[in-house]
Write a protein that binds this ligand. Sequence first.
Ligand SMILES: *Cc1c(COP(=O)(O)O)cnc(C)c1O
Length: 418
Amino acid sequence: MTAAALMVHDPGPSDPSSVRVLRPRRAAPSDAVRPTRAEVNLGHLRHNLRVIERALQRSQGASANVWAVLKADAYGHGAPAVARTLERAGVAGLCVALLEEGVELRAAGITAPILVMSGYYGLRRDGYEALLENDLVPVVHDAAQIERLAAFAASDEGRLAVHLKVDTGMGRLGAPPSELDAVFDVLAASPSIRVDGLMTHFACADSPDLGVTRAQLRRFFAIEERARAMGHAPSVRHAANSAAMLRLPEARLDVVRPGIALFGVAPMEGSREDMGLDAELRPVMRVRTEIMALRPIAAGERIGYGHTWEASRPSVIATVPMGYADGLSRALSNRGHALVRGKRAPIAGTVSMDLTMLDVTDIQGARAGDEVVFLGSQEGPLGRGSIGATEIAELTGTIPWEVLTSVSRRVPRFYREP
Ligand SMILES: *Cc1c(COP(=O)(O)O)cnc(C)c1O
């Protein structure tokens, strides 16, 4: 589910403590009537974890642990199934953005450590209690927030383990340099809070020049030194997203936080050779549907909303049941492709909400019921092709992260073991 679709209920009097999570009903495979679906290859997911772990072992000294980033419903792949697969494959921990996402994983029976990265637990006690009840590790980044959590923990005579996030140059979340004194002061006055982890996040780990990332890492080490001088002993230091993990071994620290790489997508353009190991990554998601109707079109005829496509020759148009409400970007109108019988067919006309047309004039033998692949690879009588999230992102002016998280909840996820 998407973050925006999650809502926290106001707990009623009969349920004083727990954060309840309202889940939008996601299309389930058993409800699927339409042939449009996202296939999630769990074997590829495990493979990508092994590729990453092997790369980490090649680095000097003790190798970093992997805490997989499963925010936004595991980048659209379905967080419970992805978490279960990674947990069985031995992943050390998981990271989510929202408290609600952490609660969802616990409800699904996940027992691995879970870090809640967004730092938002609400202003009331129920957020704190949801952390405790679900054994979730909160990220803290702000003096007032630490004070609030410390007061809740103190009234319980408990001790809350947290990860402290510091801003070393991203300028988004994390205690900024100007606030560090205040944060350390509050921590010194809060024996109910224990800083188990220290973390930061890189702004430019996927850009060709790693200078900014190296500077952020130096700042991080300076802050770590300060924290230790103040008597804190964070045993879990982490900074690296997929790009930093792949490209900058000294940023791996104790734990790495890969997201996109686990789902088989290289975190930067043209980086497959650049980074060596990510050439081995395998895309986990494949989005497919089927041709539902075919029609001949005479030269000069136009199709679709706005009549933006005109047949330059006698053509065959296939209509497929997938549109922008399923996550197929409207920016692919007259630009994108799909695979049919192993060959690329151009999108013809504007992508509409539920339907899209393809020019299959050059797809010999195309018939209703033929498989159509918008994301992923296909083998057929006419060849073998593949369309990656990066290619779609380049066509639509975005990044592969957005392509994956855009596949909407109307598209059922089918889990495959190869
Ligand atoms: C999303 C996110 C990650 C993972 O990033 P990828 O580029 O997908 O590997 C790591 N850390 C934080 C704080 C994040 O928000």
